[in-house]
Design a protein around this ligand. Sequence first.
Ligand code: IDP
Ligand code: MG
Length: 137
Amino acid sequence: MEQTLSIIKPDAVAKGVIGKILDRFESNGLKIAAMKKVQLSRQDAEAFYAVHAARPFFNDLVDFMVSGPVVVSVLEGENAVLKNRDLMGATNPKEAAAGTIRADFAENIDANAVHGSDSLENAKNEIAFFFSGREIS
Ligand code: IDP
Ligand code: MG
């Protein structure tokens, strides 16, 4: 059993597809072990994406992530990290496989509907960034 962190980004929340995206997880064997809707501060977004701080798109990414509320969840299941990445599709929705979340709900590489941890180690750190132990079950 693995746990991974998912974020439904501001574009998807604004579009009203929280339920449709959560259904993708639950229909594919990923249990929602924790969940909350949050408005990130600039400081939150900068800290969460610190690994990308040197990238040219960093400021746009932070602007976007604070542009509205997000839904953060811990997904649990077999191979949860990879399974979530498969369900999400490629970072650029134009390259995302048919039937993936990004192909179906995202507009472009900036507003791409979802975040998902890319490794088990990052998943642990990202989960700890948002949730305390007692919030996960
Ligand atoms: P991921 O979300 O698929 O893991 P990362 O490479 O970790 O992709 O990038 C984090 C986020 O930064 C992406 O989801 C996307 O919103 C944004 N991003 C990544 N690459 C670009 C780019 O080339 N231009 C604009 N935004 C980008
Ligand atoms: Mg990433």
